[in-house]
Structure formats: C-alpha cells, structure tokens
Design a protein around this ligand. Sequence first.
Ligand SMILES: Nc1ncnc2c1ncn2[C@@H]1O[C@H](COP(=O)(O)OP(=O)(O)OP(=O)(O)O)[C@@H](O)[C@H]1O
Length: 625
Amino acid sequence: MTKHEFKAESKRLLDMMIHSIYSQKEIFLRELISNSSDAIDKIYYKALTDDSLQFDKENYYIKVTVNKDTRTLTISDTGIGMTEEELENNLGIIAKSGSLAFKTENEAKDGHDIIGQFGVGFYSSFMVADVVTVITKPFGSDVAFKWESEGADGYTIETTEKEAIGTEITLKIKENTEEENYDEYLDDYQLQSIIKKYSDFIRYPIKMDVTESRPKEGSEGEFEQIQEEKVINRMVPIWRKNKSELTDQDYEQFYQEKRYGFDQPLKHLHISVDGAIRYNAILFIPERTPFDYYTKEYEKGLELYSNGVLIMNKCGDLLPDYYGFVKGLVDSEDLSLNISREILQHDRQLKLIAKNIKNKITSQLKTMLENEREKYEQFYEAFGKQLKYGVYSDFGANKDDLQDLLLFYSSKEQKLVTLDEYVSRMPEDQKYIYYASGESYDRIAKMPQTELVQDKGYEILYFIDEIDEFAIKMLMNYKEKEFKSVASGDLGIEDENNKEAEETTAEHKELFEHMKQVLSGKVKDVKVSTRLKTHPVCLSAQGDVTIEMEKILKAMPDNQNIQADKVLEINPNHDVFKALIKAFEQDKEKADLYTNLLYSQALLIEGLPLEDPVAFTNDMCKVMA
Ligand SMILES: Nc1ncnc2c1ncn2[C@@H]1O[C@H](COP(=O)(O)OP(=O)(O)OP(=O)(O)O)[C@@H](O)[C@H]1O
C-alpha cells in the first residue's frame, strides 16, 4: 500500500481564498500594513541580539503612495525584507506564514507582538489588484528581488535594484465594474479612512502624501493645493498607556474622536487584566441616552482589537443587553481568530472577557452610587430602565448583581432611594416593602389605596415605569422582605379596623351579594375596605396580577387578555355607604344605579377605561335629575 500526499489545485485554492475568505475588500490594506508592521518588529527583535544593529524608532515607518495615472497603490516599509528563499516560501506557498514561524521562535517582548499567523493575508491584495509586484531587499544583503504575480497563473522572481532595506508592494488596481468601484482604493480620503479604521494603533507611523486646500498666503479668499506627508495613524493605543499618564480630558477627547456619542462620557473605565486572560479595555458610560437607543437600528457592542488591529466594529457578545449603552473597546492578544480575522474561532476567551467586563461595570456603578450619588442619579435617569430590564430578563438570573443598583422614588423621602435604604429604616412591625404603581408620582400620591399604608407611617415606593412591577416580581423579595402592592388584597397590616370591617361585611352581607351580582363578570368581590380613610371606593386585586400589570399587558400587541381579579372596596365610614344601605332597603333600582356609579368611579381613579361611558353619563344624569 502506498501513501499518497494530498494535492491541491493551487489556482483554484487561490481563487477560493481570494473570493471567499473576506467579506470586505477593503481589509487588504489592513493585511498589507500588518505585514509591514510585523517586518519592522522583526528588525526590532534582531536589534536585541545583534550589536551591529541600532533600532532607532524614527527610521522605521510604513508609507502608502497612490498614483492615479498608473492606477497603482504602493505600500512600502523599512522592515526586514525577504530573501529569495523567503519570497518563494512565504509568498509562493499559500498558508505558509514566515511570521508564525518567527513568533514561535521568538518570545514576545515589550508589547511587540507579531500579528501574522495564517499565511494568507497577503493574497487578499488580489481582491482589488490585477497585478501585484513585490520589490524587497532583505536585511544584510546587497541584492534586491522582484516578485510579481497576476494571481492564479503563478509568479516570477528576478533580481533587481533597491536602495534601502525593506519591502515595497505595488498593486495595479482593477478597473471599475458595475458592482464594484475600485477607484476608491486610489482615493486619498478613502484610504486614510480605511487606515484609521483598521490600523490606527499600528505601532509605527503610516505615512501618506496628502493634498490639502489651504488659504493662499498674501491673497484673500484664494486657496492653493498643498501636498504634504502626514502620519495617518494614532500609533500609541491609549489603553496601553499608564492610567496615571492620562487625564479626564484625554479620555473625553478619545470618546469624541471615536464618535462614541455626541455627549460627554459620564464615567470611564480603564481596565488592564493580566491573568487567565489578558486584555485591555477602555469603556465609557455615556451621559445621555443615545437618540436611537430604543430603535431597531441601535446595535450594542464594543470594538474588538487583536494586538491593536481592529477585528470587529461592534462585538455584541462582549456586553449583556442591560449594559448595552456602554461604549468603548477591548484589545486582547489571546483571541483565537479565524482566518479572515472577522470572527473568532472559539468564544471561550470572549466569554471570559465579557464576564470580567460585566463585573467591572457593575462594581463601577456601585462605587458611583456610593460616592457620587448625584452623578449616579443622572446615570439612572438615562439608563435605570435598562437595569430593571436586566433584573427581569433571563428569569432573574442577574438579579443579585443588579438589585443594589436600583432606585425608586420614596413617598417619605420625596426622592430616589435604594432598596437597602428602604429596608434599613423599616419600622419593626412593618412586614413588607410597599409599592404603588401609576402613571406619575402625582397620581400615585393621590391613590386611595395608599391611605392606610401612609396612615401607618410606612414608606411607599412609587413605580412609574412599566417594567417596575415585572422586575419586582422577579426579585420577589429583598433582604428577606417581600414586596407588596398597596392595591393587593391583604396588606399584612394589623389594624383595629379589620375586625370592625368583618362585622360590617357580615351585617350587610345581602347588600354586598347583590352588588356582586350587579357587577358580575367585572369584579370578583365587593367588600368593606380597611385601607380607605377618606375616599369612598377603590379597586384592589386578588392574586398575582395587579391592576397596573393588567394595563401594561393589555397594551402589548399579543396580549392574551390577562385580567386582574378585581375587588371593589367600599369605605364604611363614608356617607356614600349610608346612602347605599338606604337605597338597598328602599329602592333596589337606585341601589343598582349607585353600584354601577361607584364601580365606574373606581375605574376612573385607577386610570382604567370605562366599559360604557354613555351608560355612565346617563347614570350621572339620573342621580342629578
Ligand atoms: N512586507 C513584508 N515584509 C517582510 N515579509 C513579509 C512582508 N509581507 C509578507 N511577508 C512574509 O510573507 C508571509 C506571508 O504573509 P501573509 O500576509 O500571507 O500571512 P501572515 O501575515 O503570515 O499571516 P496572516 O494571514 O495571519 O496575515 C509573512 O508571514 C511574512 O513572512
């Protein structure tokens, strides 16, 4: 039995590579610039062991030159260059990476991490070029070599002249087609923006001759075109700098330059982790809710860099939905990239980073809440709702992280308080954390259902966001204290009125039975109220669904007509109750009229729609006439 080697149809392989690996053509520039940066890094490593070589940073750079007339784009570097053999091996064999071999032999030093690893990036130039010419002079050689290829048909190598050590790669840019405008790769402005997008933090200067229009000296209103060599990239990633070197203004400027938002950042986090996973991150909590935050267009995520090279513009997996407002970037050397560098091979590292980032944001918010209350309230105004969604989502999986970050308006303090603040000042006899839901603080303050709890001197939390009650249902309790709506059946308050109410209900059993019949299908029960002090009626709910929840569920597109089990409560000390008893004894029709009116009033107080407004106004007229 003979063993055969796999053969690959190199023409087809190259073709597949060129057309199916990358989703965007513009990344060819990222790949060539990364190669140049690697080539300069290799000189740097050489200088560490070779005394004859001085690594003087000023002499090392990458230059991008455009010639529109010849339709050529040249990327040149002052890096290590390639010998004839290296040209054969590295550019003649697909998937052979000289850089990976170098990386394996040399331990990374001083943050000079080699980028290349797959041995395919170079070929991406054929996505935009018909001909690629490489002229290179290797370090320590007097001879230079020219490698040239039109892609699938193979390549040629010959000796040539080149003055300086380094490599010069010239792409003959394709002619435009109906689908593709290749001219943009010959456009100064476009090229600068591609460089800034992907290669902004390449350690070495990326230079370009840029033409700018400037006011002409000595003449007013006239402009002249001036060509000047400019460095396009920022080079030093701010996140690799020492925190102590940076001021708040530096972070703010970075936030603006990166166009993370039109506002100022409220807080920034600068993270450097060097443990099981290594990464640097700069995160921002914006000051204001982005205008498109609640639209489908808003996409959460952080920029993801690998060794200073942009991999993903918006990596959504790095942030949980409830921290979707956080902006910023993460740079890690430990990501296992796929061949196109567009997606990650394994998400284990990403998951670790995401978890770490989530914890850092949570603890930053806790610190802000403790030490900068005003600032925290400003944050909460913009993004507090998100935290409540966070408590509610995933069946409350994140509630332990988030519950201490919640704020609610307190009836007693007339300001936002934390659950901890509420619980810590609860009187001993208070069993529950009371809350009331409504449209606004004003309306809640006037709700009849709050009367008894207020009277007892207990604090009530006012819920005005739709999500509030749902989030609280997920929490169930806080520090072993259960939450209780002031409109729920049993308030858990021992009151001398309780017994009296039971007696009154028993005394007027027939009246209540009759009212229940009149309101059949609308309320579950009619009873004497213990919670009302001045108002004549109110509605309360039995069971889990409160009246506020019913309203919210009704407003949802796929509502399943979930209803609260309503109870009509009557204040036995109100004159209306006396009138009701009298009518029941003397005129049943009037008793029915009063029952319907009281029910309608209770609906109105709750902000629930009247089922039949015409019948209600007719009833009112009957009482008046
Ligand atoms: N400008 C350059 N100067 C010196 N050597 C280079 C240059 N460009 C490419 N090379 C060599 O050619 C090899 C192949 O380059 P290519 O871009 O295809 O892959 P890579 O950079 O190794 O890996 P990746 O696909 O991850 O970018 C490199 O590993 C490097 O050895």
